[in-house]
Design a protein around this ligand. Structure first.
Ligand code: HEM
Length: 432
């Protein structure tokens, strides 16, 4: 039945669950828990995971193996070619709604594209792509103006009050407002209640309830009010031109965009800023060229991927590594291994933005922080565009100096960078 793939040893199974599976659940799969992230960082769990997975990739020569994922037997992919193949064949036969993701996401976005399958996935994906792509031109200008505006607000508010110090709370708050403005329009800037409700539902999702949260209806009503207003320049103003049917649930696609901009992008930007505030050469490069600035953001995402594992579930019996795997099997791809494997990457533990400009980082098959294939992130271009503007405008006007979360550019990059505890001093550029 196991098709002849080798099996992880007992000790590897124990260590895999201890270093990869349990820490991810404890830190919060959908809403990160501050204390748990701090504890996991102090314990260095991602370092242990990378050492374990690198050792296994060596031992099994990059071939997939059977591993225990909690109580279930799953396939762990250990080589980039297999990872690419699995990701390229989504959503069938490799669906992106394994039980943990489905049981969690049902709590706050039961109709999300990413936990849909077959014709329904295609329907919702088409809608997501239509709304999220083509952010150029006048629309992008609106978003960039909103980003500058929100920066000003944060600098004049929490940063000024903290005498020039920027912490996660201030940065996160700014990004959440920006997310509301980009997605739902100007009229949503003050709608903190909506963000709070989404946050609460996502915190509930951490317990993997497996059913639609009782307040999802309320959340969708709150979103629908902004959709009806269709503020000029917002993503929801594009709904009228996007292909949708009754089954799409356009409003139900919105929670993903809000947390992806307000949380996921925020975490990645704050880490990139912490690196730039630690690395004078990196900062000079990012100020010199927008291409290098974008590369710094890609590098932060490579070094500390916000999606450390991608999990798929087979929708039918399928061949992996030359063997036949039964329907309903979970398939695990580790971005920690793919992004930090010293056997494959010269830059594994180095901050190397230049590899995105002059090297082959952009075509490296093991870099999957935006995933890849048909279910790759449809918001990647938007995320990079907004991220570039927000970071670019900040470092044009201020010199960041990282106080907490400093990464020494002369040393190997730490395996974890706890965004909650990053603090950055912002000195106006004229004081440089
Ligand atoms: C730095 C920011 C971002 C990162 C690192 C990121 C990363 C990812 C990853 C890894 C996936 C695949 C997850 C999986 O298969 O389990 C994904 C999917 C997705 N992302 Fe993003 N994302 C970002 C920003 C955004 C933004 C800004 C949006 C929309 C406004 C967005 C919308 C989506 C959607 C709708 C999917 C599901 C696609 C599908 O399943 O067909 N993301 N993203």
């Amino acid at each position: 039945m196991d098709g002849g793939l080798r099996r992880a040893s007992l000790i590897e199974n124990v260590r895999f669950n201890a270093a990869v599976v349990i820490p991810a659940a404890v830190q919060g799969l959908f809403s990160r828990r501050r204390a748990a992230v701090g504890a996991a960082t102090r314990a260095g769990v991602d370092g242990q995971a990378i050492a374990l997975l690198t050792g296994m990739a060596r031992r099994y020569k990059g071939r997939p193996i059977w591993i225990r994922l909690g109580r279930e037997q799953a396939v762990l992919v250990l080589g980039p070619e297999d990872a690419v193949r699995v990701l390229e064949q989504a959503p069938e036969p490799f669906a992106s709604d394994p039980p943990s993701k489905r049981n969690g996401m049902l709590a706050f976005q039961p109709d999300a594209v990413t936990i849909s399958r077959g014709a329904l996935w295609r329907n919702r994906r088409r809608f997501n792509e239509a709304v999220l792509s083509g952010g150029g031109g006048p629309l992008l200008r609106t978003w960039l103006d909103a980003s500058d505006d929100e920066l000003d607000r944060m600098l004049a508010g929490p940063v000024a009050i903290a005498a020039g110090e920027l912490d996660w709370q201030a940065f996160h708050g700014m990004m959440q407002r920006l997310a509301r403005r980009i997605v739902l329009g100007e009229g949503a800037a003050e709608d903190e209640a909506l963000t709070r409700l989404l946050e609460d539902l996502m915190a509930d999702a951490n317990a993997l309830p497996g059913e639609t949260g009782p307040e999802v209806g309320q959340l969708e009503e709150m979103i629908a009010r902004h959709v009806d207003r269709a503020d000029r320049g917002s993503l929801v103003a594009r709904f009228s031109g996007a292909p949708a049917t009754a089954r799409t649930n356009s409003v139900g696609q919105v929670p993903h965009w809000l947390f992806a901009l307000g949380d996921t992008l925020a975490i990645n930007l704050f880490r990139a800023l912490a690196v730039l505030g630690s690395d004078g050469d990196g900062l000079a490069g990012a100020r010199r060229s927008r291409e290098l600035l974008r590369a710094c953001l890609q590098e932060a995402m490579r070094l500390w991927p916000t999606t450390p594992i991608l999990v798929r579930e087979t929708t039918k019996a399928v061949e992996i590594g030359g063997e036949r795997i039964p329907k309903g099997t979970q398939v695990v791809i580790s971005n920690l291994l793919g992004h930090r494997n010293p056997d494959r990457l010269d830059q594994a533990d180095r901050f190397a933005p230049e590899t995105w400009v002059h090297g082959d980082a952009a075509s490296e098959p093991s870099f999957n922080h935006f995933s890849r294939g048909p279910q790759a992130c449809p918001g990647a271009t938007l995320a990079i565009g907004v991220g570039e503007e927000t970071l670019g405008s900040l470092i044009d006007r201020f010199t960041p100096r990282t106080l907490s979360g400093f990464v020494d550019p002369a040393k190997p990059m730490p395996r974890m960078l706890d965004f909650f505890s990053i603090r950055i001093r912002l000195d106006p550029v004229w004081a440089r």
